[in-house]
Ligand binder design. Structure first.
Ligand code: BG6
Ligand code: MG
Length: 217
């Protein structure tokens, strides 16, 4: 195949962005900081450690290394308590159709996520078998907006970066895709994704014909 498709996970395939928000909100409340939805946009696509560092900076707070580790592990436990309850119903609108159309046509597909919980979540919602390669928070060194995660995915798919299409819901993720020289498709909140090559509210708006005719920049 001449093209490869790379999907972010949280907020693109599954509706987990709301769980990350709830869990970070709770963690931030521990040092009396109120995490607003607006600030939360800046955490989307950002690794767990970078997220906590950002929140601490906004809160003007500093903690010991021990407390840092505790906050981040408590946040993850809280997050996983929501994940445990996930089912196929948490797959975002239109996603399953797009994935299965691409799969049927043998397009190479990869996951490109910052999350260390990616495989757990894909398994929960029954999508683990959809992807030829899973690149997640366990396999990258540099977090989005660095393009590393998407470049590794392209390499695994054996498709040149220029011929890869990335779906992202985050500001940092679109920047990462652009930095990788890929075609970026923003999903969701238009306000933060103005730098994407294409923009859609959700996957119900994306036709298979559109995906087939997409050409490198
Ligand atoms: C990204 C999310 O996909 O993964 C971020 O958008 C999250 O909100 C990051 O912080 C890391 O996820 P995890 O599951 O490893 O804490
Ligand atoms: Mg995301």
């Amino acid at each position: 195949k001449e093209k490869g498709f790379i999907f972010d996970l949280d907020g693109v395939i599954v509706d987990t962005a709301k769980f990350h928000f709830l869990a970070w909100k709770k963690a931030a409340a521990e040092f009396n900081f109120e995490l607003t939805p607006e600030l939360n946009e800046k955490l989307k696509g950002v690794s767990r450690i970078d997220s906590l560092n950002k929140i601490l900076k906004w809160a003007n707070a500093s903690v010991t290394n021990e407390k840092f580790a505790e906050l981040s592990s408590d946040k993850n436990e809280d997050y996983l308590s929501y994940v445990q309850k996930m089912t196929k119903k948490d797959i975002l609108p239109g996603v399953y159709n797009v994935l299965s159309n691409l799969k049927e046509d043998n397009y190479p597909m990869a996951l490109g996520s910052a999350s260390k919980n990616a495989s757990t979540i894909l398994e929960k919602v029954g999508l683990l078998d959809m992807f030829d390669s899973i690149v997640d928070g366990n396999s990258v060194r540099k977090a989005k907006p660095d393009p590393e995660v998407f470049l590794i995915a392209a390499k695994n798919l054996k498709i040149p970066p220029k011929k890869c299409i990335v779906f992202e819901d985050s500001e940092a993720g679109i920047t990462a895709a652009n930095n990788a020289g890929m075609i970026s498709v923003g999903i969701g909140n238009k306000k933060h994704l103005g730098h994407a090559d294409y923009m859609f509210d959700n996957f119900n708006e994306i036709t298979f014909d559109f995906l087939k005719q997409l050409q490198p920049k």
